[in-house]
Design a protein around this ligand. Sequence first.
Ligand code: HPA
Ligand code: ZN
Length: 325
Amino acid sequence: MPVDLLPTPPCAELHLHIEGTLEPELIFELAARNGLDLPYDSLEDLRARYRFTDLQSFLDLYYSNMDVLRTEADFTDMTRAYLRRASAAGVRHVEMMMDPQAHLVRGVPLSVSVGGVWAALARSEEEFGISTELIAAFLRDHPVAEALEVLEELLAMGAPIIGIGLDSAEVGNPPSSFIDLYRRAREAGLRSVAHAGEEGPPAYIEEALDLLQADRIDHGIRCLDDPDLVDRLVREKVPLTVCPLSNVRLQAVPGLAEHPLPRMLEHGLNISVNSDDPAYFDGYVDDNFRAVQETFGLSRAQLALLAANSIEASFASAGRRAELL
Ligand code: HPA
Ligand code: ZN
């Protein structure tokens, strides 16, 4: 590592799937604790499968591995492990997504998944110095009716969520299918984000803004295919939560050197740096900052801008944002 690499500035992490923080060691530990047989002989055997060709090849392993999450304590342990690591990475505020539907379909009730994650988040400021918000993400490759049912259940139980998100397989599952879900969330006073333009076309980014009224776009890198959309995103200062190492590992870009982050900065887009699924993509937020710094030689001012963008685009209170800036 070059000696002149700058430390990651204190930042907010806005694009993080808590289930994507499940490290191979913890997968084995939870399987043993829950008396489950894993389809892998060893850690090495599991790690050998972390070679992805696209989003779906990752999602297959991601959904399979989360089957070890059975009890509230499992969810709490996973979340605490992330918070501990994120604290070392310089994260001071996190807005994490979780996939409640992915647990419900395996028979794990919302009280267990949401309750387990929340138990860790509730103590995060005190334990790790990280303020937190929770976002319930909905699976876009499942029917909208299922998402609506789960949202109603979350609202009825008073789940401590600040907003909703949209994730899973993007291509062929446009934001337009989820208008009713986002309308209901808005009526309930929730904020919203949506994955768009990771593998899908720029039109999905427009749909997420115009039809879902999303407050932030997760990824959004494919906006560069449409100059008019770039102009709009700059003008409207739409936050895009970019995940460089994720894009490389899922082959959304050919390599880090070809990642559009420097071009996005040049355009004046409102981007932040995030880890997405750090256990799967070899990198927490500091690893992502280091990688783009090494590859693109970003200046101290550019790093500070990326960090400030993350804080300003967060759903934290004005007071907390001022504290963090
Ligand atoms: N993209 C879409 N869905 C996801 C991802 C991602 O990177 N991670 C977990 N669910
Ligand atoms: Zn994501």
